[in-house]
Design a binder for this molecule. Structure first.
Ligand SMILES: [Ca+2]
Ligand SMILES: [Ca+2]
Length: 383
């Protein structure tokens, strides 16, 4: 009888372990516009097979993904319906059961806000039968949100369009507040530049949403200046760190649109590990079947306690030692507690600010040890 119980318990725990081992993962798709760009009237999309490889890869890996998010500039010439046709066909390669959100970029509309073609190919009706589709602001799908749960983690994602009306910001804020217990993500086409400066739209969104405590990640594209990287005008990658109520919020820029052909569909895989304490970001091209290396493309960020360098949930001597041995320049590294691109005194102070509990415990241990030797001496002397 006891053997049977042990067997059942062992089976139960092994299934729990299997669930814990699979982490939520969200794919970010930067600007696809140059895969579809029709330079001449007799061309129907420039590199549709390149874009298709990206969405086929998402479909092939759907079982291990939580969602995919498009950063905008889906097409290059908004008024060319062939580009929208190709883009729609690419997106159709992915099962609609996988949650997705698409930001409207500056190439996806007629300025200032005519999104007729976006809404012809990606209307709310295309998604609203899916349980993850949350709804949209106003009558169009320009600004929409999705909510879903994967591996026990709740997410809410808001997609804000290029140049949204002021009321859309209030709507976005109300969505995050309605899903207060969800991990919040925003996608908006233009937000920061590669030199970490604000785009005016990003600054405006920041002013409206800076106090939203559950907004933890912002993904954006658009920029191709590449400054100060080695490929100005070709690609852009950057991370800006903020702290909201003591928790880190990251603005993550990625765009590779001018890499031949058609941006080579470099996508971002964002994997949430260590019980949502760490974000592991990698950059992969399904077309090239290559991964980008270097700390701008392949890095980890701390989503949890400030100073918890190894993201194990507590700040202690291990984090302190890791920080001290990484002293100096350190782009997108976990030891860069304040996210300024280097490990230094400010990071040390931030870590020490959260290490007080550990130090208190250490002090108690010292007092106990010194008292113990004192008591032992007294006992010895009294004999
Ligand atoms: Ca730690
Ligand atoms: Ca730092």
């Amino acid at each position: 009888m006891s053997k049977i119980i042990v067997f059942i318990l062992a089976g139960h725990f092994s299934s729990l372990m299997a669930i814990a081992l699979q982490d939520p993962a969200i794919v970010v798709v930067p600007d696809t516009q140059l895969s579809y760009y029709t330079r001449y009237s007799d061309e129907i999309c420039q590199f549709p097979e390149v874009a298709d490889s990206e969405f086929q890869w998402i479909e092939d890996n759907r079982a291990s993904l939580s969602a995919w998010l498009h950063l905008g500039d889906i097409v290059h010439l908004n008024d060319r319906l062939e580009e929208w046709e190709c883009a729609s066909d690419s997106v159709s390669l992915v099962s609609p059961s996988l949650p997705c959100a698409l930001a409207v970029g500056n190439h996806d509309l007629v300025h200032p806000r005519d999104t007729t073609n976006f809404n012809a190919y990606f209307p709310s009706a295309r998604f609203e039968s899916q349980p993850w589709y949350g709804g949209h602001f106003g009558s169009l799908n320009d600004n929409h949100f999705i909510a879903f749960t994967d591996q026990g983690q709740d997410f809410v994602v808001v997609a804000l369009a290029w140049n949204p009306v002021d009321e859309a910001y209030d709507w976005a804020k109300s969505i995050f507040e309605s899903y207060q217990d969800h991990f919040g993500i925003l996608v908006q086409h233009a937000y920061i530049r590669s030199d970490k400066s604000w785009y005016p739209q990003g600054l405006k969104t920041h002013s409206h949403l800076q106090d939203v405590s559950n907004l933890r990640l912002i993904f954006c594209g658009h920029d191709i200046e590449g400054y100060p990287g080695p490929n100005p005008g070709v690609l852009a990658e950057s991370v800006v760190t903020e702290f909201i109520e003591g928790k880190p919020r990251y603005i993550i820029l990625s765009n590779y649109q001018n890499i031949w052909p058609g941006g080579a569909v470099w996508l971002r895989i964002n994997r949430f590990t260590n019980n949502m304490r760490r974000l592991e970001v990698s950059t992969y091209s399904p077309w090239l079947d290559e991964s980008r290396t270097g700390s701008d493309s392949d890095f980890s960020l701390n989503l949890g306690v400030r100073g918890d360098v190894n993201t194990d949930g507590s700040v202690n001597i291990h984090d302190l030692l890791s920080l001290l041995t990484t002293w100096g320049d350190c782009v997108n590294c976990l030891q860069d507690v304040n996210g300024d691109g280097a490990v230094g005194v400010l990071d040390l102070l931030a870590l020490l600010g959260n290490i007080r509990r550990f130090l208190r415990g250490f002090a108690c241990l010292l007092i106990f040890e010194s008292n113990r030797s004192m008591v032992a001496a007294l006992i010895t002397n009294s004999r």
